[in-house]
Design a protein around this ligand. Structure first.
Ligand code: HEC
Length: 119
């Protein structure tokens, strides 16, 4: 028979197991899936490594071959990221990221919030 004490232990273990996921601020939102084909966190791929992108000058990740347009871009704060990800081509004409932009405001906000903390 399951005693109250045993049940408490089982519940406690379940809570402990669930905590790391709930506490992670760096879990990518679903909207980031559309970036993953080109952006791998932690290394350069088709696109540059986005770890630590927030507060960084555009076009400055070592070992990535940027376009001149991206090298001449902004420092990535919230406003700059929001504008760029809404309309990459229109915001930085000549940059080589082939992506139409994030249309849904809630997706955009989720991705920008993620880029703020991803390391
Ligand atoms: C088809 C590939 C592709 C997709 C999809 C893509 N990117 Fe990019 N991204 C690139 C490339 C290539 C560059 C570099 C552009 C250049 O040098 O002109 C870039 C650059 C960037 C930069 C500037 C980084 C820096 O170091 O200055 C940010 C920020 C960025 N992408 C975010 C995103 C996000 C967020 C998404 C998804 C919503 C996304 N990208 C989707 C290919 C892609």
């Amino acid at each position: 028979m399951l005693t109250t004490k045993k049940l408490g232990l089982v519940l406690g273990a379940a809570l402990l197991a669930a905590t790391p996921f709930a506490a992670s601020a760096q879990e990518a939102p679903a909207a980031f899936n559309q970036c993953k084909a080109c952006h791998v966190i932690g290394k350069n791929g088709v696109g540059p490594n986005l770890a630590g992108v927030f507060g960084r000058k555009s076009g400055t990740v070592d070992g990535f071959k940027y376009s001149d347009a991206m090298k001449a871009g902004p420092t990535w704060d919230e406003a700059a990221l929001t504008k760029y990800l809404t309309d990459p081509k229109g915001t930085l004409p000549g940059n080589k990221m082939v992506f139409a932009g994030i249309k849904k405001p809630e997706d955009l906000a989720a991705v920008v919030a993620y880029l703020k903390v991803v390391k």
